[in-house]
Design a binder for this molecule. Structure first.
Ligand code: HEM
Length: 416
């Protein structure tokens, strides 16, 4: 057996918070290796990066998710005992339910809702001197996804509930007040959503046929039992919260348009494929998910390295999307790199890799791509706006990260 390069530090948990998105890549470069081991939260952890590592990580025979997600992340971002923590038959069954909501007609309905919300937002913004784009986009997405999900939403609660959902996302790499805001957001949202599931089950509320609310309210486990109302609420939130999270990409997309005005023209005059390249480059280039984790199912060796049973393994998402062996000049924003892209499930992994059904690859990848495209169509074809001087800098040690100013726009005018 070859020994896995080891970090000297007794525990690297603080270094994760300090180095953030670059934690794994930096150390791989230092060790001259795609693999190293360290201690995180006092447990031995193997970190891996690059395409071969992605292929290994998404081999369903090798890893399980049980016990891989730290409690603080379950209590903010993901919810406890949700699909992300399931394995094998139970995961497969639940993932099929999630993917059944991702058909073209369903996604088109969601995009039509989003388009209606963009239209309404532009009219509102016209009345104001300036808007904080990032926060406004969260409300657009939240209204659109609740309508799609069949979740009733009173106009007076939109602002408050959107903040709760955004807080869950904003908490994932945080300690202190940001973490506490995320926990509060989750508690409030789970109670709200559990109440709605219970109302549907008791007949007080009708969930429109085939909507996610309807699907989750009646979904049964393999033993024929419905999900406990809290669990159904958590999984419904697992559709709504990440849709609100697309606001991070949409804001980065708006920043990219601002910093690459030639691309604004190309999107306005192109035949549509440029939009696909642009969105893939936004998802590759800008930081969102830093890494994902799993535990070794049973001992195996890979390239001569031993992976002992139950060891935590982290796959480097950000570093693989910026790996110079896979991407020419990875730190440049160049959508044209996707011109002859044939697709590859193990190279472009902003939302995980491998297979949707047998693995944990993001169920909402198509929604993410389409919702970002809708936003870009509005930004380039339906509105004019000014972008004043502001601080666009985003820190790679904050997870998740965002331009400091949250992207302010002024003098919004619809294009007739
Ligand atoms: C899983 C990222 C949007 C639903 C994941 C994973 C990542 C991810 C990294 C885990 C992959 C793994 O551990 O192997 C993102 C990003 C998004 C996004 C960056 C956009 C900003 C969405 C949307 C939805 C969604 C819009 C649903 C509407 C899910 C679900 C899972 C998941 C249900 C769990 C899949 C499973 O465990 O099998 N996502 N996601 N995500 N995502 Fe997303």
């Amino acid at each position: 057996m070859v020994s896995i390069p080891r970090e000297n530090a007794f525990d690297s948990s603080l270094a994760v918070l300090k180095d953030g998105f670059t934690f794994i890549q930096k150390r791989c470069q230092r060790h001259g290796s795609d693999i190293f081991q360290t201690r995180l939260m006092f447990q031995n952890t193997i970190c891996i990066s690059g395409e071969e590592a992605v292929r290994l990580f998404y081999d369903p025979e090798r890893f399980v998710r049980k016990g891989a997600i730290p409690k603080p992340i379950q209590k903010t971002l993901l919810g406890q005992r949700s699909i992300m923590t399931l394995d094998d038959g139970q995961h497969r069954r639940r993932k099929e339910m999630f993917m059944s909501l991702m058909g073209p007609t369903s996604i088109q309905t969601l995009m039509d809702n989003m388009a209606t919300e963009w239209q309404a937002a532009i009219s509102r913004w016209q009345q104001r001197n300036q808007v904080v784009f990032f926060e406004e986009v969260q409300e657009i997405l939240f209204r659109g996804v609740c309508a799609w999900a069949g979740v009733p939403l009173d106009a007076t609660e939109v602002h408050r509930r959107t903040r709760h959902f955004a807080a869950m996302v904003d908490a994932f790499g945080a300690v202190g007040p940001r973490h506490l805001r995320g926990r509060w957001g989750r508690q409030q949202s789970e109670s709200w959503m559990q109440g709605i599931i219970e109302q549907v089950r008791s007949g007080q509320l009708t969930a429109p046929d085939g909507t996610p609310l309807d699907t989750l309210a009646v979904y049964q486990e393999a033993d024929g039992q419905p999900l406990p109302a809290r669990m159904a609420a958590i999984e419904l939130i697992n559709l709504i919260r990440p849709t609100v999270a697309i606001s991070w990409y949409i804001t980065f997309a708006a920043l990219a348009l601002h910093e690459h005005p030639d691309w604004r023209k190309r999107l306005q005059t192109g035949n549509g494929e440029e939009l696909d390249w642009f969105v893939d480059e936004v998802r590759r280039f800008y930081p969102f998910a830093p890494f994902t984790g799993a535990r070794v199912r049973s001992e195996f060796s890979w390239k001569g390295y031993l992976f002992p049973k139950a060891t935590l393994v982290l796959l480097d998402i950000y570093g693989t999307n910026h790996d110079p062996r896979l991407w020419e000049q990875p730190d440049e924003f160049r959508p044209e790199r996707f011109q002859n892209w044939q697709g590859n499930r193990f190279r472009l992994i902003p939302q995980g890799g491998g297979d949707y059904l047998t693995g944990h690859r993001c169920a909402g990848e198509w929604i993410t791509i389409e919702a970002t495209k809708v936003a870009l169509r509005y930004l380039t074809g339906a509105m004019e706006y000014n972008v004043p001087e502001q601080d666009f800098h985003y820190s790679l040690s904050r997870m998740p990260t965002m331009p400091k100013s949250r992207f302010i726009i002024r003098q919004v005018q619809p294009i007739a």
